[in-house]
Design a protein. Structure first.
Length: 298
């Protein structure tokens, strides 16, 4: 099956450039992806096969398609999806707490990936599930799914260049001080564990920026922006300061008031990889965290 990655009409500024030059400079197509398109796909101009070293003329219609190396193995399972944005390149979904993103040994089905594949198939679209940012099972909020390999590459580049901005809201135990700051502390696996992380000198670099939005009765509502994307980063960093998230019993929090870690992916901001438009999408706190916030912060 061929998957369309790029389709564009050559503009006056593209005249005299090769197909390769425009794809790489204007659309950021990687050399690896271009090779796949040449040998495991199809590149056409005005519906006819074209070589990447051919010169473009204004008005030329270029399409780039690739053949998937592997078929999608995730089984479709219909489920409600809270889709906040969708176009030909990406989807932004508000994931509820308790939903696993991708099938694992412990969760072979009933995941977000199963639901997205079912949604696409119902619309006659055959795509692979490519999550851009991963959220823990019990973390709620916004998640990006790339709808083609080119888009996934562009978001990977944004993550490396730190131009994909992810903002979280969390309810932490205790009075987090100061009002704002940066936690710069490396994170690695805890001794004897394959799951739990901890701050440790030989860990991977991890940076979290925080701002306290409200305090009350021994709890703090905190906004956090990731400078890096380590597993359990926010949970580990706040716990290391003596302020575990409410409900996060893995890292010292109490489940007395909420049955999962009180962590929510609140906002995503990025430049759309195709249109160049500035995108910002926000998602309010879900009911369980909203109820807890009202109890402590009014």
């Amino acid at each position: 099956m061929l998957e369309e990655l790029i389709r564009f009409t050559a503009e006056d500024a593209d005249a005299g450039q090769t197909v390769r030059e425009v794809l790489q400079k204007r659309f950021g197509v990687s050399r690896r992806l271009l090779i796949r398109a040449k040998f495991k796909g199809l590149i056409t101009r005005n519906g006819q096969h074209v070589f990447v070293n051919e010169i473009l003329q204004p008005g030329d219609e270029i399409a780039v398609m690739v053949r998937e190396d592997e078929e999608e193995s995730v089984a479709p399972e219909e489920m409600p999806l809270a889709i906040r944005y969708e176009d030909d390149d990406l989807m932004v979904i508000a994931k509820p707490a308790g939903l696993v993103v991708h099938p694992t040994g412990n969760h072979a089905g009933g995941t977000l990936a199963n639901g997205v594949i079912a949604y696409w198939q119902k619309r006659g679209e055959h795509r692979r599930f490519r999550a851009v940012n991963r959220l823990d099972k019990d973390t709620s909020g916004l998640l990006i799914v790339a709808k083609n390999q080119w888009a996934h590459e562009q978001f990977s580049r944004m993550q490396q260049e730190r131009t994909l901005h992810r903002t979280y809201q969390a309810i932490a135990e205790g009075d987090v001080q100061p009002d704002e700051g940066t936690i710069d502390a490396p994170i690695g696996l805890a001794e004897g564990s394959f799951i739990t992380r901890q701050v440790r000198p030989d860990g991977q670099s991890a940076v979290t920026h925080f701002r306290v939005l409200a305090r009350g009765c021994g709890m703090s509502l905190v906004e956090l922006v990731l400078g890096t994307g380590r597993t359990h980063q926010i949970r580990v960093h706040l716990s290391s300061l003596g302020h575990p998230l409410a409900g996060d019993d893995l890292y010292g929090g109490s489940r007395e008031l909420i049955g999962r870690q009180a962590l929510h992916a609140h906002r995503l901001s990025f430049v759309h990889p195709r249109s160049g438009a500035a995108m910002e999408i926000t998602e309010p706190l879900p009911a369980d965290m909203s109820t807890l916030a009202q109890k402590f912060f009014g």
